[in-house]
Ligand binder design. Structure first.
Ligand code: ATP
Length: 409
């Protein structure tokens, strides 16, 4: 509130009207946590952003080509400033052409009525809601509604956004919106958007807490075939998606070093399960998925083969999981119904993968072991012994290394 009041005063000082808009208005009304503040100025937003930034010792980043600016406050919060604008689309799926406009026009270019409300923040009007398109009623009735019939054609990423908001808030698209969405899918509207841009929006669906529900809804709507023609979820994917939340919850609770924002990768592994690696590689290439993520996803396609090894000794289980990423192993955890395999997976994630030897190559040298590739074999063997619960002290590890050295000579 104090930020908004200040911005409102500064806009007033510059003779401009200021509003807080979009997702933050929606979240305020829903009494959800508001993380980012989006401010729209009727006029030059950069002028107000500059004033606000210098006043609050913020860090200002200006994007003159878009008439926007972001102020990062010392406490880590960010306020985005944009000049009110009107949009038109030269062709479906293209990025819009933008010209200056008023707040009503700015709200009209938005995706759904629930995201198309503004609250005035100039001192005299502070707190008045601008709701030209029925967003408040739709919020109360838990409805997702587009602002006009061309919406999904203009910007097909709204197909993914509609499902994202449906599942996040447990809302539903109202019938006309659902019909328009289905029509745009029939006409293959997503193909008009740059694949990378469409995939970035899809990633946001996968990053939601209710990612499995997002995927099931998209599949039922036949909205996953942007990945590949006729792509849809099979029975095995549905089973894995039912398992995923529990696995991801477990990871959130127990793996302090695992960033939960990587959960989207596990979801992607699930929906590619059972698909030929060459086909998956083509999809990942098309959407320019980053190399590190690509490697993990391709790796997950064959990690089903190692499930049998998890039932063998701890040492074999460790050797099988050692080269895998945490995401691949979480995928395995969702995949297996075998209780002892799950135990091994948990042991690996919680304990084994963090084990460090107290000896290294220098110790082997000091023992008089000739250097060479045997070092790796010996140190690996000592590590396997550690996994098996032996050799926890340095002296035990040295003794084991000495024995192994004799065996390898
Ligand atoms: P989230 O909580 O996921 O960030 P959000 O509604 O704040 O949800 P953003 O993607 O941050 O979503 O976008 C901010 C606002 O910009 C939206 O509320 C909406 O008004 C508008 N917007 C974003 N993407 C689109 C789009 N593709 N078409 C039209 N308006 C959009």
């Amino acid at each position: 509130l104090s930020i908004l009041r200040r911005v409102g005063r500064q806009a007033e000082g510059a003779g401009l009207r200021a509003y807080v808009v979009g997702g933050c208005v929606r979240d305020l009304i829903l009494k959800r946590k508001v993380l980012d503040l989006d401010v729209v100025i009727e006029g030059d937003a950069i002028v107000v952003a500059r004033k606000f930034s210098s006043d609050r010792a913020g860090t200002l980043t200006v994007y003159p080509q878009f008439g926007t600016a972001t102020v990062l406050l010392p406490d880590g919060r960010a306020v985005d400033f944009a000049s009110a604008r009107r949009e038109s689309y030269l062709h479906p799926g293209a990025l819009p052409v933008v010209v200056k406009g008023n707040i009503k026009e700015d709200l009209f270019r938005r995706d759904f009525t629930i995201n198309a409300m503004a609250v005035a923040i100039n001192p005299k009007h502070f707190g008045s809601l601008l709701d030209y398109y029925g967003g408040f009623d739709d919020l109360k009735s838990q409805r997702i509604r587009v602002l006009h019939g061309q919406s999904f054609v203009d910007d097909p990423t709204r197909i993914l956004r509609a499902v994202r908001f449906e599942e996040r808030f447990r809302f539903r698209m109202e019938p006309a919106t659902l019909r328009l969405l289905r029509e745009s899918l029939k006409r293959k509207a997503p193909a008009t958007v740059k694949p990378q841009r469409y995939f970035e929006e899809f990633k946001k669906n996968l990053k939601e807490d209710r990612a499995p529900e997002n995927l099931r809804r998209l599949s039922r709507l036949k909205a996953l075939d942007f990945l590949e023609p006729s792509f849809k979820l099979e029975q095995r994917h549905r089973r894995l998606l039912r398992e995923a939340p529990q696995t991801l919850l477990w990871a959130d609770k127990h793996l302090i070093d695992w960033p939960s924002q990587n959960a989207w990768l596990v979801c992607l592994m699930i929906i590619f399960d059972g698909i030929a690696p060459a086909r998956v590689a083509r999809v990942l290439e098309k959407f320019a998925v980053a190399n590190t993520d690509r490697k993990k996803i391709i790796g997950s396609l064959s990690c089903g083969n190692i499930l049998v090894k998890l039932a063998l000794s701890r040492r074999e289980a460790f050797k099988a999981m050692r080269p895998l990423s945490v995401e691949e192993i979480l995928f395995l955890r969702a995949k297996t119904l075998n209780v002892s395999a799950r135990m091994r997976i948990q042991e690996h994630l919680l304990e084994w993968r963090h084990l460090k030897l107290q000896i290294n190559g220098d110790d082997l040298k000091r023992l008089g072991i000739p250097s060479g590739k045997n070092y790796k074999i010996i140190l690996d063997e000592v590590l396997y012994a550690l996994v098996e619960g032996c050799c926890s002290s340095k002296s035990d590890q040295l003794a084991r290394a000495r024995d192994l050295c004799q065996q390898h000579q």
